[in-house]
Structures are given as structure tokens and as C-alpha cells.
Write a protein that binds this ligand. Structure first.
Ligand code: PEP
Ligand code: MG
Length: 758
């Protein structure tokens, strides 16, 4: 049974489209169970009716003809009760509903099981037989298991519109709405540009060539394409590069024309290896030979060979890939958008971003917010390779992607964009006004930063300091650890731009979903693994270089340097890291530089730190809550996983209580407290944190003017009343509803974005 189950699931998954998949399903189930009839009914989500979309064994016209109202017939009952019905004589059952066109009253034995995905009944799978007999337990278990495995396929087809196409004759694919999660606020209309992750030779599997001639042709074409590309780039850069750099292009061309290497690949293909595998073998053998050489120059040629191999591979992997030309208003779409992809599209052309993977607090979403680009994350059902080049609407407020919008949709989204633009222009006038409540309570609004391009945007929006410099960003976009000099120059640029405002430098926070290509960390459970300060305490050479660079960058400036430690989970780690900061400070003084003592603080990002907030506060100069990780760890919800994105809620009563407790602990130790997670940049988060007594809210530059507007239009007293009510609530839904209502009542509804259907 297990084998036929697996075979059916695989055959269904391999079908060219959903309607074929349904055909394969009914055919294979019928033969696996040796029954006379197998049918699939799917729910038309607009009418709730169950429509037969696939059948093997009944009259040819049954498909599309058999339609049952909700609850009607045995099939309707299976869907209504959300459990199987197994009968030996179906026509005698009071719920049996006779449909003349399909003539099924000759079939007595009936077994129907629901197809359920995430609690939703999507349809019913039915088998029938003439003989009056009850299907045995093994048959029932088989069908239930199969249905559970197929549910994800049906759910995906429903989200892509494939189910609608089968259940509804008049279905129009335009304006299909794909749900993801909000990544970065705003609405964008533009043309989809689908980018794939770059080719990786190491990831190529070895396997047999299906057709040697085709593989040989593929290889030769890829070589030609790589040659043309290298010649083109060489010509383009001829005037910009010195001759010794340009010589590299000749080296590449020479290697490509080297018959020995190419023939080696061809021979392996002729012996049966597919082209990608043969290329990988030959390249790695050559690289290995170069790496063994004593001469440094020759050793480095190994990396040229590898680079060349990657180029040929990428042409092979996508022979049709056109030379990327980015349209105006490009919407970057990818299975998993990476920070380097964001950098690939010129900023003036990038209008929006859609990633199938990741969620609202993934680091790519955070970067997109810093860039002010409307973004939807976790759009798992979007058929990305079909939308390439077509028009899309990205609703970054509600996490929706609309494909092929019609005139009406374009008008509606255009109006919303216009209203947003108007509000943003109004907010510009707040730039130089203080962030103070109507009853005079002053709050600091700082900015989270990671890219140099954030500097002017942050200052333009009135940031009063940097509350979080994500120093890992320059590490991620480099191909080796940046040197002390490089780091110092980069940090200095930020500090000078913000002078005399305070600048909070977080020490390197890698691990989890932030990896460095040149320092891979492979773990089963990376979010509970070697992350943040755990890595840098184990590598003092990295930590010390970074801290020295921070201290030196601050030389001669008035603005406070605040060094912040990520992922602290104990007092011991704090003391160890502080000792290293002191060591670096002494070293810099020894070098004769006149630098100020930095302030040192810890991030509160894990539950252990919440419970030890007072003990930690005693040891440091400030606390800052990283509510993204704190929410992830409090609620045990992966911040990157779109499947549980709905559960990632900073307004969960447990998270709110934790924030309140940390604020109390800091106050008890008379230490300043800030919050630099994304919650700080939401209207609700800003109001509640202000009421809790947070001194600093640090957020992306995009959200800053809105938060300032909210704070300037509310009294601290009102915020405190809201907080005390919220603290009595037991569910996230209650909190969200109440905060929304209160904000609307207080006249703050403008910061709550409208939806296209409003
Ligand atoms: C956080 O976890 O809230 C935080 C600010 O750090 P990051 O998002 O970079 O992990
Ligand atoms: Mg964090």
C-alpha cells in the first residue's frame, strides 16, 4: 500500500498541470484500490458548491455536470462533517442524492473522504463499487492518507486559480490575488522581473544524461554564450579598467578556447554524464590542481577557473536567460529574494519586491523597508515563472500580489497610491519638529540602518540618532571579512553624517538566516544555534577588530558611541563581551588615539534575557529590545516561515507583557531602555511602548514620520489607558481590535492603511 500511495502522490505532483493531475489521481486510485469508480469533487469557493472535476468509471459527461449544493447528497455530507462516510449501500441512505445525468445508482459501495488543508475542507475524494460491501479499514486508511497528502496540491491549485478554472466556467484569470504577508509598506504597480538564485557548481548533482546529443549541444551553446558575454563585458569596461585587470578577460577567453578542458567535458558527456555534472567534475579537478600549486599566482588562477565554470553553468541552467534589462517600475520576484538581488536592480528602477519564501520579519523584508520599497513576502502560491514580464500590483500593507490587474483594479490601486503620496508629503513638514506627545512627553525616535544609502533618507526624515546599525549588512555584501580599515571608514561615514547624534553599533550578528558566503554555518536548527554574540565570543579576533574599528571611527566626534550586543542570553556572556570591549579600548588608547569610552548595552531578544533584565541592566549602560527575535523565541514561531507567519504577532499578550516587564526592569535599575525591533515602527507598537516607558523607539526610516505623527497626536495619558486595557486581554485578536478602534476614535485612523476592497 505504501508504495502505491507514494507512486500516486509522485505521479500527481509530476503532472504537467492541475487538470492532468486530477486525471492521473482518479485513474491511479481506481486501479490501486481495484474499484469501479473514483471521483474528485472540489469546492467552488464562491458558491460553496461541490463540483465534480475528475472521474474515472462513470459516464463521460459526469465531470462538470455533477454539482452539489453545500451539504447536499453524501458528498455534501462528507464535506459538511469533515470526516469520511463509508457505506455498503449508498442509494438507500437518506442523504443519497440522485443525479440523473451521471447514472450512479447502480453503485452500492461508497467511500468518501474529505480533502482538508489547514482546517479548510477543499473537496471530497470518492470511490464506489457495484457490489454492496463496506470498504475495509485498510482501504479507508489508504484514502484518508492519500487525501491528506494531496491537500497541499489542491490548496496550491486553489491559490493559483487552477481550481476556479475547473469549477467555474466563467472564471477570469485576471486580477488573481495571491496572499503573502506584508513585508514593506506601500503599493507598487509594475512589471515582474523574475530573478533566480545564482548558479552554484557545488550544488549540481551527478546524474546520467537522458540524451547525449542534447547535452552536448547544451554545453556548446553555453560555451558560446559565455564567450560572447565575456567579450561584451571586456569591451564595455575597456576604457574604465587598467590593462592588467582587463587581461583577466583574455585569460577567461583563453581558458574557454582551451580545447583540452572543453574536450574533457564533452568526453564525459559522451560517456553518459549529463552536461552540468560533467562540467562540475572537470572544473573541480582543475581547481584542485591549481590549489595544490606552490606559486600564489597560479593558485589564484584556480578561482578564475571556478568563476568561469559558474558562468558556463549559469548559461546552461538558463539558456533562455536574456541579458537582464530592467524596466522602469520593476517588481523583483524570486523564490527567495536575497540582499544581493536587491542590490542587482538599480534603485531608481526597483518599484516593488515579491518573495515566495520568508516572512515579514525576515532580514530581506527589513532591508526592503529600509529602502522604502513595497514588499510582499511568503507569496508561496504565486506561479512566479509564469508572471515574468507581466504586470503586477504589490500591496505591501496587506501582503497581496495581484496578477494582470484590469482597468478597474489599476484605478483603485492608483487612487490608494495617490492618497499615500499625499499623506507622506504632509508628513514631511514634521521633519524638524520634536517627537512629543500632546501632553508634553518627549520620546526619542532613532533609526535602524544597514546600508550607506539609508543615511540621507534617515536624516531627511528627522532621525535623532541611530538606534541599530546592522553591521552584518556590509559583511553579507562582501566576499570576505572586511578589514579594520574598511570597517572604520564605513562606520565613520555614518557617525560623521549623524554627528552629534548618538550612534548605536551592533556587533556582528550572523547565524540564523544571516549567513556569510565565506563563513558558512551549517546547522540543523540555526535559530537555536551559533548566532549573534555566541559566534563573536568564539571568534575574538573578529569581535576585537570590529570594536576597534567602531572606537576609531568615533575619534574626535561628540556623538555617543553605543556598542550593542545581540542575542545575549546570560550575564556571563555580557561580562565576557564587556571584557573584550575593554581590551579593544585599551588597545586603541595604546595606539595613541584619543577615543571616548563607549557605552555598552545588550539586546533583549530571548526569553532568558527578559527574566534577567534587571541583572543585565546592572552590568550595562542601556537595554534595547529586539522585538523581532523576542517574538520569535517567545512564541516559538520562526520569523522566516510563511506557513506560521500568521502566528508571528508582537501584539500577543505574552509579548506585550514581556515588553512591559523589561521596561520596568530597566527603570528599576535607572538605565535607559529602547526598542529596535520592527514593532517600534508600527503605530500600535509605538503607542504601547511609549506608554510602557520606553525612552527610545528605533525603526526604519520609512516608518519614522508616521510614528512621529501618531505620537504628536496622542496624549501619554490616553496611551497609558490603552496599555492598561491591553494588559487585561487574553488574545491577540482582542488586542488588535481594541487598539485599532481606539486609534480610530482618537482620530489616528489615517495611519491605518486602506485596503483595495474598502
Ligand atoms: C530584532 O531581533 O528585533 C532585531 C532588531 O534584530 P534583527 O532583526 O536584526 O535580528
Ligand atoms: Mg535580532
Amino acid at each position: 500500500m505504501l508504495n502505491s500511495l507514494r507512486a500516486i502522490v509522485q505521479a500527481v505532483a509530476a503532472a504537467s498541470d492541475f487538470s492532468h493531475a486530477v486525471g492521473v489521481l482518479v485513474r491511479d486510485v481506481r486501479s490501486a484500490l481495484g474499484v469501479e469508480v473514483c471521483s474528485v469533487f472540489l469546492k467552488d469557493r464562491h458558491s460553496d458548491r461541490l463540483v465534480m472535476v475528475g472521474n474515472e468509471g462513470l459516464a463521460d459527461n459526469a465531470v462538470g455536470q455533477a454539482i452539489l449544493e453545500a451539504g447536499q447528497g453524501l458528498v455534501g455530507q462528507v464535506a459538511k462533517r469533515a470526516e469520511p462516510i463509508n457505506l455498503d449501500n449508498a442509494p438507500e441512505h437518506p442523504n443519497f442524492h440522485y443525479i440523473p445525468q451521471i447514472d450512479e445508482d447502480a453503485f452500492r459501495a461508497f467511500l468518501g473522504v474529505p480533502i482538508i488543508h489547514h482546517r479548510d475542507v477543499l473537496g471530497v475524494l470518492v470511490v464506489q463499487q457495484r457490489t454492496a460491501r463496506r470498504f475495509d479499514e485498510a482501504e479507508e486508511a489508504f484514502l484518508v492518507t492519500l487525501s491528506a497528502q494531496l491537500a497541499a496540491v489542491v490548496a496550491h491549485a486553489q491559490a493559483t486559480g487552477d481550481v476556479d478554472a475547473l469549477t467555474n466556467e466563467n472564471f477570469d484569470r485576471r486580477n488573481a490575488c495571491f496572499q503573502g504577508v506584508a513585508g514593506s509598506p506601500g503599493i507598487a504597480i509594475g512589471q515582474a522581473v523574475v530573478l533566480k538564485a545564482s548558479a552554484d557548481l557545488a550544488a549540481v548533482p551527478e546524474r546520467e544524461a537522458e540524451d547525449v546529443t542534447v547535452e552536448l549541444m547544451l554545453f556548446d551553446r553555453a560555451i558560446d554564450a559565455a564567450r560572447a558575454e565575456i567579450e561584451g563585458v571586456g569591451q564595455q569596461l575597456a576604457s574604465a579598467l587598467p590593462p592588467e585587470e582587463l587581461a583577466l578577460f583574455d585569460v577567461y577567453l583563453h581558458m574557454l578556447d582551451d580545447a583540452a578542458m572543453a574536450d574533457d567535458v564533452r568526453n564525459r558527456i559522451r560517456r553518459g554524464q549529463w552536461a552540468q555534472g560533467a562540467l562540475k567534475q572537470v572544473i573541480f579537478e582543475h581547481v584542485g590542481r591549481f590549489e595544490e600549486m606552490d606559486d600564489t599566482y597560479l593558485r589564484e588562477r584556480g578561482s578564475d577557473v571556478k568563476e568561469l565554470g559558474q558562468r558556463v553553468l549559469s548559461h546552461m541552467q538558463d539558456m533562455r536567460r536574456r541579458k537582464q534589462h530592467f524596466p522602469d517600475n520593476a517588481i523583483l520576484v524570486s523564490e527567495e529574494v536575497t540582499p544581493s538581488m536587491l542590490a542587482e536592480i538599480p534603485a531608481d528602477k526597483l518599484a516593488g519586491v515579491v518573495s515566495m519564501r520568508g516572512a515579514g520579519n525576515s532580514h530581506v523584508a527589513i532591508l526592503a523597508r529600509a529602502l522604502d520599497v513595497p514588499t510582499v513576502m511568503g507569496a508561496i502560491d504565486l506561479p512566479i515563472y509564469q508572471v515574468d514580464g507581466s504586470q503586477l500590483v504589490v500591496d505591501g500593507f496587506y501582503g497581496e500580489v495581484i496578477t494582470e490587474p484590469d482597468e478597474r483594479a489599476l484605478r483603485r490601486y492608483g487612487e490608494l497610491m495617490e492618497a499615500e503620496r499625499g499623506f507622506n508629503t504632509e508628513l514631511e513638514s514634521l521633519r524638524d519638529l520634536p517627537c512629543v506627545t500632546e501632553d508634553g512627553h518627549r520620546l526619542r525616535l532613532w533609526v535602524n540602518i544597514g546600508l550607506v544609502s539609508d543615511i540621507s533618507r534617515s536624516l531627511d526624515r528627522g532621525a535623532e540618532g541611530i538606534g541599530l546599525f546592522r553591521t552584518e549588512v556590509p559583511f553579507i555584501t562582501s566576499d570576505r571579512f572586511p578589514t579594520e580599515q574598511e570597517q572604520r571608514a564605513l562606520y565613520r561615514e555614518h557617525m560623521e553624517a549623524f554627528e552629534p547624534r548618538p550612534v548605536t553599533m551592533r556587533t556582528l550578528d550572523i547565524g540564523g538566516d544571516k549567513s556569510l558566503s565565506y563563513f558558512p554555518i551549517v546547522e540543523e536548527n540555526p535559530f537555536l544555534g551559533w548566532r549573534g554574540v555566541r559566534v563573536t565570543l568564539d571568534h575574538p579576533e573578529i569581535f576585537l577588530v570590529q570594536v576597534r574599528a567602531m572606537l576609531k571611527a568615533n575619534e574626535g566626534l561628540k556623538g555617543d558611541l553605543r556598542i550593542m550586543l545581540p542575542m545575549i542570553s546570560s550575564v556571563d556572556e555580557t561580562l565576557e563581551a564587556k571584557a573584550l570591549v575593554e581590551q579593544a579600548y585599551a588597545e586603541v588608547l595604546d595606539e595613541g588615539l584619543n577615543v571616548k569610552t563607549p557605552l555598552v548595552g545588550v539586546m533583549i531578544e530571548v526569553p532568558a534575557a527578559v527574566y534577567q533584565a534587571r541583572a543585565l541592566a546592572r552590568e550595562v549602560d542601556f537595554l534595547a529590545v529586539g522585538s523581532n527575535d523576542l517574538t520569535q523565541y517567545m512564541l516559538a514561531v520562526d520569523r522566516n516561515n510563511p506557513r506560521v507567519a500568521e502566528l508571528f504577532r508582537e501584539t500577543h499578550p505574552a509579548v506585550i507583557t514581556a515588553l512591559r516587564d523589561v521596561a520596568r526592569a530597566a527603570r528599576a535599575e535607572r538605565k535607559p531602555i529602547g526598542i529596535c525591533g520592527e514593532f517600534a515602527g508600527t503605530p500600535a507598537g509605538a503607542v504601547l511602548c511609549m506608554a510602557m516607558g520606553f525612552d527610545v523607539l528605533s525603526m526604519n526610516a520609512t516608518n519614522l514620520p508616521r510614528v512621529k505623527w501618531v505620537i504628536r497626536n496622542i496624549k501619554r495619558r490616553e496611551a497609558r489607558t490603552m496599555l492598561s486595557e491591553v494588559l487585561k486581554m487574553g488574545t491577540t485578536a482582542e488586542v488588535d481590535r481594541y487598539v485599532r478602534e481606539q486609534m480610530t476614535e482618537l482620530g489616528l485612523g489615517r495611519v491605518l492603511p486602506s485596503h483595495a476592497s474598502d
